[in-house]
Design a binder for this molecule. Structure first.
Ligand code: 4AD
Ligand code: MG
Length: 433
């Protein structure tokens, strides 16, 4: 189609003749002379009227029986109609079926189970909510990049094939790599630390992998992570960036994604109330606050979903929990100089029970300390020599974090599971389609 008009642009085309290309999502006839089609094209849905006398008879006939999900081309005139979505209606002059869909399209009006829908994800994506989620996700990606690019960060892509664990050996995916064993990336952080010594402030944004044996609504085996890393930076710098990034993403989504948030039935007032500043709570304080609740833990225990939900229940927005026991955090975290049993790390916990969406902090810069930690955790020292070079050769302290994209999409979109935030989610039990 040479001058195709997208549905989202139709309100600006009142009175004009346009070419619309899309898929039929609903059909209704008023007798044999008048057929109403809802046509979606990914940017919106337009009510299309095919009327005898306005289109050739064979096109009227085709429109009268076009199966749902067929792809079609319509040429017609845009009329103002306040009752319709977008405030316009398309009155057809021509109607053409590009590819007819058989009547057995698997996804219909009746309720389907979640397993069935994810097995047919390649077709389910055409439905309103999955499509709205993917547009929301794309906006969130754009907002993240805009924020960091605007602050002068350089986007550097981390490798997917990696030679060592950064987030524990329990969740590594080994890959046969010629005659070697390597792993799918759990994080781009270690490579961003190298890049930050070259470029000042950097970020990577790409797929990361965890062989998570947990079947929770927060865990995928493949997810996307945004990972900024800043040189000459400390824990506070990393917390400030978490806060400004999430603030920017919320603002962007509220400004640009209202239609999709409505399709997702998201309560946007909850997002309005989730704007910065975000309260900062130390792990010590958190353990105190959890005393006497169902989520009470002993000092030294890690948080799980119950701790995160109980703590954040008192707030309408995210909270920043910092200075966790070093024992429960990754080897690369800098110990607090005043209390070495603590790590200078921070998690950002989303409200409404969505839990940790960001983890990060300041990196250890002391070579001997890192060598000790690598040995203590039983990691193979030869896999980290390049990483330790960063400390040997004039390394400035760096700080940063990783933001899990699907968790952010799930929270902002009000989704009940992170798998709904990915086009083709990968979990312990799913690598199809
Ligand atoms: O807290 P994590 O494990 O931190 C890191 O990987 C650091 N190396 C990041 C850094 O400092 N550059 O993971 C960061 C975030 C989590 O807060 C969560 O949002 C997401 O990544 N995440 C997952 N999302 C979905 N499924 C999983 N299995 C996830 N594991 C982590
Ligand atoms: Mg974490």
């Amino acid at each position: 189609m040479s001058q195709r008009t997208y549905v989202s642009d139709l309100p600006q085309a009142i009175g004009q003749t346009v070419h619309v290309a899309g898929w039929v999502r609903f059909r209704r006839s008023a007798g044999t002379k008048l057929h109403f089609l809802e046509i979606r094209d990914g940017t919106g849905v337009v009510q299309t009227v095919v009327r005898r006398g306005s289109v050739p008879d064979e096109m009227l006939d085709a429109a009268s029986k076009v199966p749902l999900e067929s792809s079609v081309l319509v040429t017609g005139t845009i009329k103002e109609d306040a009752r319709q979505a977008g405030g316009v209606e398309l009155q057809a002059d021509t109607f053409e079926v590009v590819a007819a869909c058989p009547e057995d399209f698997p996804i219909g009006k009746k309720e389907h189970g979640t397993g069935f829908l994810f097995d047919h994800r390649h077709l389910w994506l055409r439905s309103a909510k999955p499509a709205a989620t993917l547009r929301l996700r794309a906006h969130i990606v754009r907002a993240c990049r805009d924020h960091l690019d605007g602050l002068g960060f350089v986007n550097v892509d981390a490798p997917i094939f990696q030679s060592a664990a950064a987030e524990g050996t329990a969740t590594l995916f080994p890959v046969e790599y010629f005659d070697q064993k390597v792993y799918l990336s759990q994080t781009g952080q270690l490579h961003m630390e190298a890049a930050a010594q070259a470029l000042g402030k950097v970020y990577c944004f790409g797929p990361t992998f965890r062989a998570e044996k947990s079947k929770t609504r927060r865990h995928l085996t493949e997810f996307w992570m945004l990972e900024p890393e800043m040189s000459f930076a400390h824990l506070d710098d990393s917390m400030a960036l978490m806060e400004s990034l999430i603030g920017h993403v919320i603002d962007h989504v509220l400004e640009h994604c209202q239609d999709d948030l409505k399709i997702l039935e998201r309560d946007t007032s909850a997002l309005e109330r989730a704007r910065p500043p975000f309260p900062r709570i130390s792990y010590d304080d958190a353990v105190e606050r959890l005393k006497g609740t169902d989520a009470e833990i002993a000092w030294g225990d890690d948080f799980g979903a119950p701790q995160e939900s109980t703590l954040s229940a008192a707030y309408t927005g995210p909270i920043l929990v910092h200075r966790f026991p070093a024992k429960i955090k990754a080897f690369y975290m800098r110990p607090d100089p005043e209390r070495p049993e603590l790590a200078l790390g921070c998690d950002l916990i989303a409200p409404e029970g969505y839990g940790e969406i960001i983890g990060g902090g300041e990196r250890a810069s002391d070579l001997a300390y890192l060598e000790h930690k690598i040995a203590e955790e039983g990691l193979p020292p030869e896999a980290y020599t390049w990483y330790l070079d960063l400390r040997r050769y004039g390394g400035a302290p760096t700080a940063g974090f990783g933001m899990g994209l699907e968790r952010v999409v799930a929270w902002l979109g009000g989704l009940d599971h992170v798998r709904a935030a990915a086009a083709f989610p990968r979990t312990m039990s799913r690598t199809w389609p």
